[in-house]
Design a protein around this ligand. Sequence first.
Ligand SMILES: [Zn+2]
Length: 208
Amino acid sequence: MMQSDHIKRLTCPRCLRPQRTCICNWITPTENAVEVLILQHPLEVDHAKGSVRLLQLSLPRSEVVAGEVFTEQAMQALLQTPGAKYTVLLYPDSPEDKGLGLATPPQLDQALLLDPSQVRLIVLDGTWRKSRKMLYLNPLLQQLPRLSLSNTPASRYLIRKAHSPGQLSTLEATCYALMQLEQNEEKYQPLLTAFSSFVRQQLAYEKY
Ligand SMILES: [Zn+2]
């Protein structure tokens, strides 16, 4: 009893982080039309600096599932949605992946992207190595048409050394993908601005 009271006092019930580093201040409710499913590498789950929690709490149509390898059955269940959604995988065009023997994905069907409410975006949350491994280990993901980002600005994400310059946080990459799919840049700006403040606060924690 005492212990659970102790935990309750110290953990924010909404963002599940310690009260001291609660991120709820930056939650920015943003009505996403495209549904988002984030497959989170297990190493990212407890990562205090992860951007995914903030993203998930800000987007009403989003879901996070942790795992690296999924059984075919589990993956099928994740990819199937009620209604005839067009499911696309956010993944960069990377020539280095050629040697991996991955299945060639189907072409992105622009006509099916016209109605954002009928589109579902799958995002892999992990360093680029981990994301690539997840794609490699889950053949059903390889069969999804891929969306790659075009003309993204530099990342605001300065707190993860594992991310190389030019690589975006999962929150940013997802926002840019949604902007591209929904053809609406303004809608996601407040969330990106809130994310910048979140990053600044994380940097302040590191300094002191
Ligand atoms: Zn909180």
